[in-house]
Design a protein around this ligand. Structure first.
Ligand code: ADP
Ligand code: 5GP
Length: 185
């Protein structure tokens, strides 16, 4: 059976992490890719679990050595997906999910046209802002940067294969199951 690569994007605070957590609890057979980032860990985030937290210098070395399948700068920090990790998962026969920004998603689609791109939309811009603020993980300057990125991300969503509105969480998870063809699994 052909293993698949899914890419999930959406504005910061839309609920990507929350939807994916709910999905993966029901479908632990999917692998979630762990990205590298130069962002500082939030309280509770663990190196090697949420991200590989690396320095800007290490990140630049990885770019030079062509170690990333894709990478992007987002709101002042760098994020990237290591080729080695993805290739190993696909080699091991595992379906894999990347939770990355829209710039990265479009890079993946270019390199791997068979990748399925899914965009999570907020019910409205106001709800997005409330969720981002309600999470209490970013300072005001960072929230502003992320809200600005949100507008650009929404424009890029036009190139995605599927869009899911994250209004009711359970509904969003079940739509994701449908898109990924595992609603009866
Ligand atoms: P992202 O990973 O897209 O940045 P998070 O998963 O961290 O977003 O969610 C941002 C905030 O919104 C969190 O506080 C989360 O609990 C909340 N949230 C996520 N989905 C929903 C939903 N469907 N309804 C209400 N709140 C939600
Ligand atoms: P956060 O700082 O909130 O964890 O993530 C900020 C943004 O970076 C989100 O849109 C998230 O999807 C994106 N992101 C996380 N990992 C990667 C990655 O490896 N590559 C790219 N391009 N974006 C990523």
């Amino acid at each position: 059976m052909n293993k698949k690569l899914y890419v999930i994007s959406g504005s910061s605070g839309v609920g990507k992490g929350t939807v994916l957590k709910g999905f993966l609890e029901k479908h632990p057979e999917y692998m979630l890719s762990i990205s590298c980032t130069t962002r500082k860990p939030r309280p509770g985030e663990v190196d090697g679990v949420n991200y590989f937290f690396i320095s800007k210098e290490e990140f630049e070395n990885c770019i030079e050595q062509d170690k990333f399948l894709e990478w992007a700068e987002f709101a002042g920090n760098f994020y990237g997906t290591k080729k080695k990790y993805i290739n190993q998962c696909l080699f091991d026969g595992k379906d894999i999910i990347l939770e990355i920004d829209t710039k990265g998603a479009l890079q993946v689609k270019k390199r791997m046209p068979e990748a399925v791109l899914i965009f999570i939309c907020p019910p409205s811009y106001e709800v997005l802002e409330n969720r981002l603020r309600g999470r209490h993980t970013e300072d005001e300057a960072t929230i502003q940067k992320r809200l600005n990125e949100a507008k650009i991300e929404l424009e890029r969503a036009e190139s995605f294969d599927y869009k899911i509105v994250n209004d009711d969480l359970k509904k969003a998870i079940s739509e994701l199951e449908k898109v990924m063809g595992c609603e009866n699994a």
